[in-house]
Design a protein around this ligand. Structure first.
Ligand SMILES: [Zn+2]
Length: 420
């Protein structure tokens, strides 16, 4: 009996142990295996979904690419990038330098005119001032050069920002902002749908701008070019050398041509726009200088006539100019706007008793060419020279048909002469 009981316990205890503990052990192992299978399955499903998503992205990209012609793809890219017109035109001072040398060679060595031409030659070759010397409001050459990297109308944008800094924001709203055609390139067809009124119409609001160098110290802005004249009056840096002023003039001419191309080329008869530079400098130190940039009277008949009348009021000598068989009257030319500042520029702050040199250069905005002053402007300069004998007035415009292009002075080589 006792042995039987011991045997029974000996069999039963391991059986119970196996049944109770071992089965629990197996169930736990099964659970872990199931868990592992589920984890693998989930992982597989996730990986499948990722692969499907990648595939669908690839498919949609391919669909977008095939739905676009190369032209529309390029257009898409163009809308993200500025037009690729980032080549900065070289400012060639060679023709002006050549003209100055020819003029000088016709003078007696040691005479005042010989000396004054030599001063202009030196001014055309002297290196630029360091950019750091430029006041924030002033236009500097690197800023103008950077305009070529952006949209065709970037110079208008630059002038608007200058106008805002000068407190001339209202003028920019009326005369500059409407010419900011929506497309980036002036070559785009719909740029021609722009608003011409700031260039042509006399019906826009006019503004008074203080200009110390005018006889009544007040300039009336009545057009786009009047607005640019007013902005440049404050933005052109003083005390630069002649090379810098001519570089600024040439860049402004190129950039205005780019910006106004849709307007100027559509209505060439109306807008034969010219830009003129007048630099007054001291023969003792040619960096003791001041510059003015002006424009011809551009616009409809009424606007032109008002602008010319106002110029006659500023520069009474224009009334003494005889009509010389030309189709325009005195007061129309770009020189007439710059020379309106002549008397005051030649007196204060440089001093009336001192000798001075006045250098003038006028360019066509459309082609950048210079034809020199017209017969009426030559008359005006003679009248002014007779009044102020201490000032020599010289035109930098090369003689037409007598240009020698071999000698070039470029902005890049810092004014060194270079054989072509
Ligand atoms: Zn003229």
């Amino acid at each position: 009996m006792a042995i039987g009981t011991v045997i029974a316990i000996a069999v039963l205890v391991p059986f119970l142990f196996y049944y109770l503990v071992g089965s629990e052990w197996e169930r736990e192992r099964d659970r872990q295996q199931q868990e592992e299978r589920r984890r693998r399955s989930d992982e597989l499903q996730r990986e499948t979904r990722r692969a499907q998503r990648r595939e669908s992205i690839e498919r949609s990209r391919a669909a977008v690419d095939t739905s676009r012609s190369p032209a529309t793809q390029n257009q898409h890219l163009r809308s993200l990038l500025p037009p690729s017109t980032n080549r900065i035109p070289r400012v060639e001072l060679g023709s002006y330098l050549q003209n100055a040398r020819e003029q000088q060679s016709q003078r007696r060595v040691g005479s005042r005119l010989w000396r004054d031409w030599q001063i202009l030659i030196d001014g055309l070759k002297s290196p630029r001032n360091p950019a750091t010397a430029v006041h924030a409001i002033h236009l500097d050459i690197p800023t103008l050069e950077s305009c070529y990297n952006f949209y065709d109308n970037s110079v208008i944008r630059l002038l608007i920002s200058k106008a805002n800094s000068l407190g001339l924001g209202e003028i920019a709203v009326v005369y500059l902002q409407p010419l900011m055609y929506p497309r980036m390139s002036a070559k785009d067809a719909n740029a021609r749908l722009g608003d011409y009124s700031p260039l042509a119409s006399e019906s826009l609001t006019h503004f008074y701008v203080k200009m110390e160098t005018l006889s009544d110290k007040i300039y009336k802005v009545r057009s786009f070019f009047g607005a640019v004249h007013a902005i440049l009056y404050y933005c052109l840096p003083p005390n630069r050398n002649l090379q810098e002023y001519i570089e600024i003039l040439t860049h402004l001419t190129n950039l205005l041509e780019r910006a106004l191309r849709p307007y100027l080329s559509e209505r060439t008869q109306l807008f034969r726009a010219k830009i003129s530079l007048l630099v007054i400098l001291s023969p003792i130190d040619s960096r003791d200088s001041r510059a003015i940039i002006g424009f011809n009277a551009v616009g409809d008949k009424e606007l032109k006539s008002i602008i010319i009348q106002e110029r006659l009021a500023h520069l009474s000598e224009l009334r003494d100019v005889q009509l010389s068989g030309l189709t325009w009257s005195a007061g129309n030319c770009a020189e007439d706007e710059t020379f309106s500042h002549f008397h005051k520029l030649c007196s204060s702050p440089m001093g009336q008793s001192r000798e001075l040199i006045a250098a003038s250069l006028t360019l066509n905005i459309l082609d950048g060419e210079s034809n020199g002053p017209c017969k009426q402007c030559v008359q005006l300069m003679k009248i002014l020279r007779d009044q102020l004998r201490t000032v020599t007035i010289l035109s930098l415009a090369p003689v037409r048909g007598n240009r020698v292009e071999q000698l070039m002075v470029t902005a890049e080589n810092g004014g060194q002469e270079m054989a072509n």
